[in-house]
Write a protein of this length. Sequence first.
Lengths: 370, 338
Amino acid sequence: MDRVPRTIPPMEYVDQYRDPGRIQHLVAHIRKISRKPVKLMEVCGTHTVTIFRNGIRDLLPDHVSLISGPGCPVCVTPIDGVDRAIVLSQEKGVIIATFGDMLRVPGSETSLLEQRAEGADVRIVYSAYDALLMAQRDMSRHVVFLGVGFEATAPTIAAVIQRAREAQIDNFTVLSMHKVLPPALKALVHTPELEINGFICPGHVSTIIGTDAYVPIVRDFGVPCVVAGFEPLDVLQAIGLLVRQIERGEASVQIQYRRVVSPDGNPKARALMEDVFEPCDSIWRGLGLLPASGLKLTPDYGRFDAERRFDITPVDGREPSGCICGDILRGLKRPPDCTLFRTACTPESPVGACMVSSEGACAAYYKYST
Amino acid sequence: MRGKRDRITLDHGGGGRASRELIRSYFLPRFANPFLEKMDDSAVVDIPSGRLAMTTDCYVVDPIFFPGGDIGMLAVNGTVNDLSVQGAQPLFLSAAFILEEGFELADLERILVSMARASEEANVSIIAGDTKVVPKGKGDKIYINTTGVGLVQDGLDISGSNAKVLDKVILSGPIGDHGIAVLSQREGLAFDTDLRSDCAPLNHMVEEILAVTREIHAMRDPTRGGVAASLNEIAGQSKVGIVLMEGAIRVKDEVKSACEILGLDPLYVANEGKLIVFVPPEHASHVLTAVRQNHHGGDAQIIGEVVADHPGRVVMRTTVGGTRIVDMPLGEQLPRIC
């Protein structure tokens, strides 16, 4: 099996969510109902990109501001995680298989991209399954897949690990750096200096976890939550729903992305995730150590856990000085507030992770913002 | 089982009988022309007097065969196009090959046939060449370098630093076909698509444009780095701003979908047969008609214009009514994670 055939779906379904007429209509509606100054946080990096790529900030009234949250999995992976991956890339016979975004993320001293130039075998894949096939094709090598992502990604990786066990593949492991989003949202609303009037909640993560996780935010903190899709019309509609709740003094969980998300989420995917992974404490760049916010492999799947199969002695990872990625991920500061932004820190030579990932707030500001 | 004779061996690059045999039975018949057949150390040609344009490019594409083309076709068209966008009429090419030991001769033949066909379409001759063989593992199947010379007509001043405020920007068709077609064949990324590379020579299109007006300010064929890179280069060199209308930039549905899935922006994806033309507004509609009449330019559009504001920057008015910067691409676009 050399390739995974994938058929590309048609686009018509997406085009209607980019319709300029409907968008203008919605923008006019938001302008009409919006009175109070509000700060809305888009939690997910894909939303950040939609907002910048389409110039959505230009369309909103000045008193509606959008801030980018910690929903880019690459950005919140701590420097220690990158260092571990780099240590593994030095192991004899190891192939590191990873999503492309991780390649340029700077570790304490180097990046996977630099290590590749030095001779490490680091390959980009689009799915963990491709990494498993890679392992099956060459039994003389050991493939380590870098598991990075939230609940939208973790179930697919869990499925591949199950498959590896069924097929008794012994030269495939996962370095799990997965994270779950609810603890991060909880940490955000607990940040005293943070004033967020509404959350644009991630569509794909909610597809899996449903909307239960947002209930305490609404109930205990009175901050409205709207689960949104990723097209410009989706994001604007979510903004409209949030503004309406705020203007009326309400706070509830609403789903804008109904075509995909149900309140219960996807129990089957969660079961898959729970079979392979268990919660663990995990460090988030910018937010620090959050209890039960990461996912590690259960003992049953121990032989697919790179942490157990290899003796990884991590370097003492330290965040680069001057970098305010942490404050940016918490929505306290904006990328232009950073003295390194566009000077020492650029996509060519990123200092912090928010500049590396295409979904990072700094990269989006750098790339698209006028 | 294939025998030794079916593959390139180190002997083929040794300069002895095997090298000569390879050239005689593979290269000469495909590129048949009197200059090459002399087998002298240099080709000596007569050229009309005037200004010469010269360009060189190396081709290392992986995979070497992809839907709609191959490395050979690319090596001819790429160099022809680099000459063409300077307003030069391509005359001659050289072609140098670095072959990896073990490379299949059948594949070499396929590539040479394709190069011959491409040079015929572009009406250029390959009059000089070289072949080297490197040990297995020291190269990747085949690398090709082509150098081209062309004649620049008098009275033309086409340059990336010559774009002027008010110029219209014409793009000859939908973008990203080549990059996505190649990507669709890569190990680990393979997906099914009917999409084919747009690889094509642009010299005839350029001739037709120059027949309409000689007042063309700048031209580019947006290859690696896509339309975004070419426009940023011109904005920088000419110290002008460029404003694009997102709605005017055509992207085929297959390319759009693949880009959505892979997390790429079509503006940054490679093309191999597209032309960007900067032309004063009074000539824009005639040039547009000329481009559209060429069979490689049927879907041409005016995609934007040159402004005095924000020199060096390319800005796009999005279809939803916002504005964003179209920045110079980094290196390789890295696929996103989710």
